[in-house]
Structure formats: C-alpha cells, structure tokens
Design a binder for this molecule. Structure first.
Ligand code: UDX
Length: 452
C-alpha cells in the first residue's frame, strides 16, 4: 500500500444508539487526523438516521441486520438482534470486506475498528488480512467486572440482588456490592442466574485477541480499572470523553429541539432533566412513581419519554404529566448534549448509560441514577460511591426516593462542587497534552503504523 494514500478505517458499531453515538465521535476524531473513514451501519438504522449532522467526508455503507424491517429493535428483542447479527450480519460483513478489496472509490482498508461486543467482526477482518481493533462503548469499570465474571461465578458472587460485598473484581473490594454488578437484559428481581452473562463476558474478553482495545474513558476517572485491564490486552487506549472534543452523534429518533427554548425560559439550575437512554423500558407503575416523585420536588422537569418506553400509549402518559402540573415538559427525544450544557439544568435523573454518564460528567451536572441493565449498575455505583458526583437509587423506585434524591442532587453544594471539579479535570484530559488527547494521538500513530 502506497504511503501517500491516507489510512482508511472501517468503523463498525453495534447497531444501537448508545454504540453509534460514541463510534461517530471516534469517527470525527479519525477524520480530523486526516484519515478516510467508512462507517458501517445496518440497513435498518441507515434508513432511520437523521443524516444532517454527520461529519462531512464520511462514507456510509450498510449491511442487513437480518431482522424484518418492521421488527422492533428494542430491549425486548436484543436476543433476536444478537442472533441475526451474528449470522446474517456477520456473513454480509464478510462479503463486504471482500468486495472492498476491489473498491475503486477508496484506498484499501488499513484496519477495522469494530464494536467490542461483536467478536466476529474482529475475527473475520483478521482472517481476511485486515488488522482489527476493538472499541468498547461502555466504562472501564464495567469492562473489568465482565472480565471478572469467571471469578465471580467461582466465588459464588452471582446472582446479584444483595448487599453482600463482592471480592471477585480486583481493586473494587471496598465498595462493590452484588447489586452493583453488570447484569443481563431485564431486572432479575428474583436474582436468578443469567446464562447470558457468561456469553457476554466471553465475548468481551475476546477483545484481547484484537490489535488493541479502545475505551471511551479518561485515566482521571478510571485509572485503577484501566491498569487492571491493560495486561489482558495487546494495547489499550483511553481516549474519552470523545464527545467533548468531537461531537458527531446522530439520532435514530427525531430530536425535539423545542425544549431548548423552553429551557431558555427557566432560571439557572432550576430544571431536572430526566432521560433513561435509548433502551430502558419502565412499567406503568414505575412511570407513576417517577412522575409523583418529580412533581413532589416542586422543580420544573424535562422528561424524555420514548414512544417505546412505557407500554401505555404516549397520549395517556402526556395527559398524566399535564394533569400533574404545568411545570413539566415531555419530549420523545431530546438534543441531550445541548440540554446538559444548558445553564437551566440543575441535575440529571438518568439510567447511568455510559454515554449519558460521560455527557453529564463533562458538563459538571450532578446525577441521580436509576440503572436499568448491563453496565449501568456498576456505573451508578461509581457515580454514587467513588466519584461522588451524584446519587444512586440502584434498584429502588418509589416516589419518596425519587423526590428525596432529586432534591438532594439539586441542592447539595458538595455534589455540585465535585461534579464541577470532575468536569474541569476532563477538560484538561481532552485538551492538547492531556491523557486522553495523548492516547488519541498515540492511537492515530498506531493506525498509521499498520499501513507500513
Ligand atoms: C447502553 C449502555 O448502558 C451504554 O453504557 C452502552 O455503552 C450502550 O448501550 P443507552 O441506553 O443507549 O446505552 O444509554 P447511553 O449510553 O447513555 O446512550 C444514549 C445516547 O443517546 C447518549 O449519547 C445521549 O446523549 C443520547 N440521547 C438520549 C439523546 O440524544 N436524546 C435523548 O433524549 C436521550
């Protein structure tokens, strides 16, 4: 490959919102470094995406995800999506890599950066002679917990719901409880062992086979976990929070920008922003408890209620919110990073997804976490007990808890002070000379080297 042709990277996210967003931020960073980037969506997502905000110069390609177009891509169908991506999706990906060999529109691929949740994407690329790096979109603390699953099983520290201290995740013995461990789809209230967990953990450890693992985190937030992960990887890059320097997200839902003008009409730090991310679903009872708790705080609130989030139809929910008082604003999808940057937002009631956690951290907004599944359980423990930039509701959801935690997050100077300090530190991390910025530079060099 001629050294004058730019490096060409194929970026392949898992086809869900939280994965697409941060891999688009990564893409923007690679484009800034002068690379060619091809971004691989599923056909279904490509047809849903708002393309306006995509970085210029980005090439989009797609593979089928294997599900019928009208099939929901929700948390309830994650298992089906996984199965079809690992069969139909992976076969189409292999064919695509082969066809790119004789592609006259772009230089040959230098490497693939594949979502670390898809081991096949790494294996197939390497098999076809294309170097593959793995990118995990979640936190380093959750990564380490998944890596520790075999030990956790051996020690009998799963199943989860319990206050018992966990000894099986190195470096977290002092504060991690079983309730804080990552878990599979759905909230297993009965504590039954989730067989999916072993499969997920195995898939995650697979990144050790890739040329390197890239994490969207900063050493200042997760240094100890990063140090424990590094020996399992061929190389490790901690380059987050990516959106702070390269915001290039694209939504699968249409953003309701009208809430920005609504925020403009409110005083500084007087509004609670409520969003449970792209996958969480809640029961009608949980909706009612959240609503009553929020109303009882007396604060105005902006609430993201996705159309697929509560079984009850949207109009019934909106009516319930309207009846509860005029201080509420409901949207189906918000321009979240803009909302969190807005001076009117005082705290963030969130599920603790890793993107949301980083977005709040970068703006210094205190959080109240109600984790739904996967990495969110351990993220929220770090928010509440390690960084202490917010409060963790964990598995409890009733109006008194919502009211109490939200009030405290809105009013505590200590929480706000720590959140603010973390935001300051993260600004340094992503600025030239900072740890994340240096690791990004090292990553760019690493990819250039692959061409040689
Ligand atoms: C889940 C995981 O928990 C997360 O850690 C993992 O990396 C991806 O899968 P998700 O439920 O999508 O993620 O939450 P989160 O990681 O917070 O991502 C949601 C994204 O959607 C964020 O970038 C957020 O800014 C955006 N968003 C959310 C909006 O733009 N508008 C909204 O109204 C809500």
């Amino acid at each position: 490959q001629g050294m004058d042709a730019p490096a060409h990277v194929l970026v392949f996210p898992w086809p869900l919102q939280g994965h697409i967003n941060c891999m688009l931020h990564l893409t923007a960073a690679l484009l800034d470094a002068g690379f060619r980037v091809t971004f691989l969506h599923t056909e279904h997502n490509l047809s849903r995406l708002a393309r306006a905000a995509l970085p210029p110069g980005l090439r989009l390609l797609s593979v089928p995800d294997g599900l019928p177009d009208d099939h929901p891509r929700s948390v309830r169908s994650l298992k089906e999506l996984t199965e079809s991506m690992f069969t139909t999706g992976s076969a189409a990906y292999r064919a695509l890599l082969l066809s790119l060999r004789s592609d006259s529109d772009a230089p040959p691929l230098t490497c693939v950066i594949a979502d670390g949740i898809m081991p096949f994407a790494v294996d197939i690329a390497e098999e076809l002679g294309v170097p593959a790096l793995a990118f995990r979109t979640a936190s380093a603390c959750s990564y380490l917990a998944y890596l520790s699953v075999p030990t956790l099983v051996e020690l009998g520290e799963v199943p989860f719901p319990a206050d018992d201290p966990v000894r099986g995740v190195p470096g977290m013995e002092g504060f991690l409880r079983r309730r804080d461990l990552p878990r599979g789809v759905g909230r297993s209230e009965d504590g039954a062992f989730d067989p999916m967990l072993l499969a997920i953990a195995e898939g995650i450890a697979h990144a050790g086979k890739a040329r390197a693992l890239i994490l969207n985190t900063a050493a200042s937030m997760e240094g100890p976990a990063l140090a424990r992960i590094a020996p399992h990887m061929r190389d490790l890059f901690a380059i987050g929070p990516l959106h702070a320097e390269h915001d290039a997200a694209a939504s699968l839902w249409s953003e309701d920008d009208s809430c920005m003008a609504w925020l403009d009409g409110h005083g500084d730090r007087s509004v609670v922003y409520v969003s449970l991310g792209s996958l969480a679903v809640i029961s009608h009872e949980q909706f009612t408890e959240f609503l009553a708790g929020l109303v009882a705080t007396g604060y105005a609130f902006l609430w993201v209620l996705r159309p697929d989030m509560v079984k009850t139809t949207g109009s019934v929910l909106r009516e319930a919110v309207k009846e509860a008082g005029s201080k509420a604003r409901v949207v189906e999808w918000a321009p979240q990073r803009g909302v969190l940057r807005h001076r009117a937002v005082g705290c963030f009631l969130t599920h603790g997804g890793w993107n949301s956690t980083l977005e709040a951290a970068a703006e210094g907004v205190p959080m109240v976490c109600w984790p739904f599944f996967a990495d969110q359980q351990i993220n929220s423990r770090f928010v509440g007990a390690v960084w202490r930039t917010g409060l963790d509701m964990k598995d409890l959801c009733n109006r008194a808890i919502v009211q109490g935690k939200v009030r405290e997050a809105m009013e505590s100077g200590e929480l706000r002070g720590r959140a603010h300090a973390m935001a300051q530190q993260l600004k340094l991390d992503v600025a030239v000379g900072g740890s994340s910025s240096s690791d990004l530079e090292r990553l760019v060099g690493f990819i250039r080297e692959l061409r040689a």
